[in-house]
Design a protein around this ligand. Structure first.
Ligand code: ATP
Ligand code: MG
Ligand code: MG
Length: 549
């Protein structure tokens, strides 16, 4: 669905450009490298890169790496891979840590102008002094230190003279402000930790708020787009830029993408990975970009979904079905059709000439004539799905039943005349005759049957491990557990079933990452665990939504 009207961010941008406030649209995507990107980040990526493209501007990738204890090079690399896979390329790559020197100098400047001070309150006292939403804060007893004393202490903080956590640098704003973010926020903390890029060069680290706006400013960003929880930080963002007298970008907030049944916070995802509830960040059940890639989602479907979800000013939850439908819609257009039987029962054609193999022809994709056709071997011994047969069936059961007939896709109409049972009375083989006049494509019989089912020739079938993935959580909002429970209580015990599938021979050539439709079942992708000895397919998504049915 194309959106005709412009969303509020486009409107704000156009107003600012028209007023001459900025010379262009310069955006950035600023992940903290403390985990893998998730589908919520995809939304921000599509927005920031998309706006830069739409208005002929640029979009940077900037790692917001001010928290040395949580950040790792592995994450830096995965983030770049994921952005590229989504189809975007940054104009330039930056790290907030590249600006540590500049930030330090600016901090000294603010101290020199009486806008920042070194505070010795403990963390607990600082909290106490900060006040609450209804109570104003109290001034720190260290608030009136002289510029000289503050400069001296700050330099000695940097020089490593004080223990971790013993002092902070704070901006001197207003302890009575109704906005708690303006009650003398912390700019620097003492922390001896090895940074993934600056190593042990620093033992004081800037806070997010003291870093973010200045990094935007240094890069000449015009529109600093972030999520709603930073709305109350905007006055602080503006205060720093004004006090420093530097290029002043405009911060604009939008609502985070939230999807039903997903748990996206990096904190939760890290726990799932570390404690082994999933097989790594790229487990196909994870809401990460790398998980979706391995699951077989296409970048196009994720981009389409993000565009369709729109940009909102208020938080809401989007039904996960919309993401799944975006995947179905794209794969329906591009995936080749193949036959595969995942829950097999033998069908024997009793009037088929012994040993005869006949090639039949099937189209690869009814949505795309250019995808051509393929040949499939047909024989007297086939696999069909258990589910497509009933010995006794209601009138409206249009698959195969005893005494009934069905068309085998791209093959013949068969009539079932008998079954073979095991000692317990279970049907283990279905006996049919075929009608030679009814071959698909050259049917001269005039016979009509209601049902068509898929099959594979038993002797030609290719065996594969098939991983049937389903939702990881059984509830709409696993992040909001009932009293006494955690998100772990909502894990879906059936989120992965591993079975053996019987595939038509063309699938022996499927390559890593190839996506196909197993007719009547769903979309599947070749998993990287595939080896020359063992093919592995992942279920991307079923053909239609069957959750809860
Ligand atoms: P999380 O804790 O879920 O990983 P985060 O906001 O801490 O989220 P960052 O690495 O700081 O993760 O995010 C980088 C950018 O992506 C930020 O600009 C942030 O606003 C945006 N972002 C993060 N989550 C979402 C979301 N669910 N929807 C839209 N944008 C998001
Ligand atoms: Mg963040
Ligand atoms: Mg986070």
């Amino acid at each position: 669905a194309k959106r005709e009207s412009k969303h509020f961010i486009q409107q704000a941008i156009e107003a600012d450009l028209a007023a001459g406030r900025f010379s262009g649209v310069f955006t950035r995507f600023p992940p903290e490298p403390n985990g893998y990107l998730h589908i919520g980040h995809a939304k921000s990526i599509c927005l920031n890169f998309g706006l830069a493209k739409e208005y002929g501007g640029t979009c940077n990738l900037r790692f917001d790496d001010t928290n040395p204890t949580k950040e790792e090079t592995e994450y830096v690399e995965s983030i770049q891979e994921d952005i590229r896979w989504l189809g975007f390329e940054w104009d330039s790559l930056h790290y907030a840590s590249d600006y540590f020197d500049q930030l330090y100098q600016w901090a000294e400047k603010l101290i020199g102008e009486g806008h920042a001070y070194v505070c010795d309150l403990t963390a607990e006292q600082t909290r106490e002094y900060r006040g609450t939403l209804t109570e104003p804060g109290k001034n720190s007893p260290f608030r009136d230190r002289t510029v000289e004393e503050n400069l001296d202490l700050f330099r000695r903080m940097r020089a490593g003279e004080f223990p971790d956590g013993s002092r902070v640098l704070r901006a001197k704003i207003d302890m009575a402000s109704p906005n708690i973010n303006l009650r003398d926020p912390v700019m620097y903390r003492i922390l001896r930790a090895t940074h993934h890029r600056t190593g042990d060069a620093w033992c004081i680290y800037p806070t997010y708020d003291w870093t973010h706006g200045q990094s935007d400013s240094i890069e000449g960003i015009s529109f600093s787009i972030c999520t709603l929880e930073f709305e109350n930080h905007r006055p602080l963002y503006d205060w720093y830029c004004e006090k420093l007298g530097i290029h002043h970008p405009r911060q604009i907030e939008f609502a985070k993408l939230k999807l039903s049944t997903l748990l996206m916070g990096k904190r939760h995802m890290l726990r799932m990975v570390k404690e082994g509830y999933v097989n790594g960040w790229d487990d196909p059940r994870m809401p990460t970009i790398s998980g979706y890639r391995r699951r077989g989602y296409t970048p196009e479907s994720i981009r389409n979904f993000c565009a369709d979800a729109g940009i909102a000013k208020f938080n809401s939850t989007i039904d996960i079905i919309r993401l799944e439908n975006a995947v179905r819609e794209h794969l329906n257009a591009v995936a080749l059709r193949r036959m595969a039987v995942l829950d097999p029962i033998k069908l024997t054609i009793t009037n088929w000439p012994e040993g005869k193999v006949e090639m039949t022809e099937a189209i690869n994709n009814p949505e795309d004539p250019s995808a051509g056709k393929r040949e499939i071997p047909f024989s007297g011994s086939l696999w069909i799905e258990q589910d497509d047969f009933r010995e006794e069936a209601p009138r409206k059961f249009f698959r195969l039943k005893k005494g009934g007939a069905v068309r085998l896709r791209a093959g013949y109409i068969v009539d079932c005349h008998d079954v073979v049972k095991d000692a317990d009375g279970n049907v283990i083989e279905i006996l049919c005759t075929y009608d030679p006049e009814t071959k698909s494509g050259s049917d001269s019989s005039g016979r009509k049957v209601k049902g068509t089912i898929h099959w594979v020739s038993a002797e030609h079938a290719v065996e594969a491990e098939v991983r049937l993935y389903d939702r990881l959580f059984t509830v709409e909002n696993p992040g909001d557990p009932e009293e006494g429970k955690t998100f772990l209580d909502y894990l879906n015990p059936d989120s992965l079933k591993v079975i053996t599938g019987y595939l038509e021979p063309a699938l022996a050539e499927a390559e890593l990452g190839d996506r196909v439709q197993f007719e009547r079942l769903g979309y599947y992708v070749v998993d990287p665990d595939t080896t020359p000895q063992k093919r592995v397919f992942n279920r991307i998504v079923s053909l239609r939504d069957t959750w809860g049915k």
